[in-house]
Design a protein around this ligand. Structure first.
Ligand SMILES: Cc1cc2nc3c(=O)[nH]c(=O)nc-3n(C[C@H](O)[C@H](O)[C@H](O)COP(=O)(O)OP(=O)(O)OC[C@H]3O[C@@H](n4cnc5c(N)ncnc54)[C@H](O)[C@@H]3O)c2cc1C
Length: 572
């Protein structure tokens, strides 16, 4: 176990169906060239929808309601519509999307932006257990207060209001294929069964239920540590920090996990508690951010050091306990935050590769060490919560296996994407990371391939384009690495002591001669990186309407800041 960087001071079913007001997404954002070409032919936008399209996205071309009749479900409330508009309501196949994250929500919105031949426009239903979408990369901003709830976790009902997509809030318990053959394969539709017994029939299915925190069965983790994976988790951590800030003069916080999530979380906590707490970051790896661009790793190390975060590498968590308890508290609290024990010390048992043990004491332990597909085997036994029973082929991690077109193996009308899926076959491709970047790029392809499948057209193989790596390091700092090739003479000039080098360094810009190896193209850090990251997330908002809302919120914030600086009262 190696301490490093140590600084002296111290990581039911509810339906809401909208009335269509018009398509939101432009037709060809972030697509590979093959998809881009096809997209431009079929994707609708306000001006390009032809009269032959049904439901489409045509400017004011009638209202098409999202009232999808579900077996066993209350029909979603749709807004009143005229007889003519009701007549234009789509009667095409039923597409059911499981999970409203970066994979599912973005697929739903993209499906609505396509132009559908008459009679084929599908009735889209999105099912999620939560009433809100979680823009997970912005969860750290919940701790700093730098982003509002409307930005980080907007309600699905609001996001989908402009689209004829039926939203059903419910927990998916299982999927049953109508025509499952003996070998498990299917070519038709089926039924999604929710935990409350309701069922939603489908003709085409999109599975994007994501991943969730996994404790890997390590004793006491569920009872002693808080996860940080959903908006609810972030709110709970925020509340707990507020309690600690009130109750203790110098709390100790341990963050477990040396990947992006752990590093960003440790930086967010240290930034919030600024010198009033000891923050430790624990990783089983030999370094933090292993496998990440060197520029991001260096920046993260420097910022964590400045913040006084201690980093412990090569340390495997073997158990956690509440201090004063001979057991790990199993059964007392399922989420590490039971009221009475809020201020009880947590003991984190560590072991290094040579078998040496160390015990850390903490007032708060945050667990960012593992995510696993919600469909993984044995989840119920380990995490005390059953995942959905899905009749599709999975790998050893429980991820749904897909072909290169993102179709579930042996099921011609089922697609899977995002953190729950793994693509197999086709070209030799390294395993894709579980990121939002992968999920929303896949959403474009899944939407297209559902269109193609319904319309008997050829499907496209998914092709991933890496757009760079971004991380937050506290409220006003970050690191961004962009895979932009930099000619060696330019990178030499940028690292020299001439005016260009001085200017770029002052701005937090570093240019490296190549991308993909030890040097990584263009690296930004500090406030510039933080600003670029927020701008990128504005661009990545799921709908145009949400982009406008978020930008409006920023404008208000900026006005308040400027008014405060000028000593004027602000209008709320
Ligand atoms: C703290 C954090 C920070 C991150 N930062 C970044 C980043 O900066 N950049 C990046 O690219 N990626 C980031 N990621 C990863 C990224 O968020 C995920 O890869 C991405 O969300 C995957 O999209 P998805 O659609 O597969 O799953 P999700 O976005 O997780 O969506 C899955 C949805 O399914 C729902 N669901 C799950 N089970 C059920 C069920 N049984 N019934 C009904 N609904 C269910 C969930 O409520 C959820 O809405 C971050 C992740 C975390 C946790």
């Amino acid at each position: 176990m190696a301490w490093a960087v140590a600084a002296s001071s111290g990581g039911g079913a509810r339906c809401g169906a909208g009335v269509q007001r018009g398509g939101a997404l432009g037709s060809s954002r972030r697509l590979g060239s093959d998809l881009r070409t096809l997209w431009s032919r079929v994707a609708g936008n306000r001006s390009s929808i032809g009269s032959g399209s049904e439901g489409g996205t045509g400017g004011g071309r009638g209202i098409s309601g999202g009232g999808v009749a579900h077996r066993g479900l209350a029909t979603c409330a749709a807004s009143p519509r005229s007889g003519a508009a009701a007549a234009a309501e789509p009667t095409g196949p039923r597409v059911c999307i499981l999970g409203g994250g970066f994979g599912g929500l973005y697929t739903a919105v993209k499906l609505e932006s396509l132009m559908w031949p008459r009679g084929t426009k599908p009735r889209v239903t999105l099912i999620d257990q939560s009433e809100r979408f979680s823009f997970k990369p912005l969860l750290y901003e919940v701790l700093s207060g730098a982003a509002s709830e409307a930005e980080v976790a907007p309600p699905f009902a609001q996001l989908l209001a402009p689209y004829p997509v039926a939203f059903v809030q419910g927990r998916v318990a299982s999927v049953q294929q109508d025509d499952a053959a003996q070998d498990g394969s299917s070519a038709g539709g089926g039924v999604v069964v929710l935990a409350d017994g309701a069922s939603v029939p489908y003709d085409w299915l999109v599975v994007s239920l994501g991943a969730e925190t996994s404790t890997f069965g390590i004793p006491g983790v569920r009872q002693c540590a808080l996860p940080f994976s959903t908006y609810q988790d972030a709110q709970r951590v925020n509340d707990r920090l507020a309690v600690l800030e009130q109750a203790l003069s110098y709390p100790e916080v341990v963050v477990v996990g040396g990947g992006y999530a752990g590093v960003e979380l440790a930086a967010a906590v240290a930034d919030r508690l600024k010198g009033r707490a000891r923050v430790k970051l624990v990783t089983s790896g030999r370094d933090i951010l292993e496998g990440s661009p060197q520029g991001n790793r260096e920046t993260a190390r420097r910022v964590l050091q400045d913040q006084g975060v201690s980093i412990l590498t090569g340390a495997q968590v073997t158990e956690m306990r509440l201090a004063g308890s001979s057991s790990n508290g199993g059964g007392d609290s399922a989420d590490g935050s039971s009221g009475v024990k809020d201020l009880a010390k947590r003991l984190v048992y560590l072991r290094d590769s040579e078998g040496q043990q160390e015990i850390l004491e903490a007032d708060l332990v945050l667990w960012s060490a593992g995510q696993a597909p919600v469909s993984r085997p044995g989840a119920a036994a380990v995490e005390e919560r059953a995942g959905p029973a899905l009749p599709f082929a999975t790998n050893a991690r429980g991820a749904l296996q897909t072909d290169p077109t993102l179709r579930a193996l042996h099921h011609s009308r089922v697609f899977a994407l995002g953190d729950i899926a793994v693509s197999s076959g086709g070209r030799e491709q390294p395993a894709l990371p579980a990121t939002a970047q992968v999920a929303f790029q896949q959403a474009d392809y899944v939407a297209w391939n559902v269109w193609a499948s319904i319309n008997n057209k050829p499907l496209l193989n998914f092709s991933y384009q890496h757009l760079g790596d971004m991380m937050s390091l506290g409220a006003a700092s970050g690191a961004v690495t962009l895979p932009i090739p930099v000619p060696p003479p330019l990178s030499a000039a940028a690292s020299g002591s001439g005016p260009l080098g001085t200017l770029l360094r002052a701005a937090g810009v570093k240019l490296s001669g190549s991308y993909g190896g030890a040097s990584d193209g263009v690296t930004l850090d500090g406030p510039l990186a933080a600003a670029v990251r927020r701008a990128a997330y504005l661009y990545r908002q799921p709908t145009l309407e949400q982009q406008v809302r978020v930008a409006g919120g920023w404008a208000k914030q900026l006005t308040s800041v400027l008014a405060a600086a000028a000593g004027r009262p602000t209008q709320r």
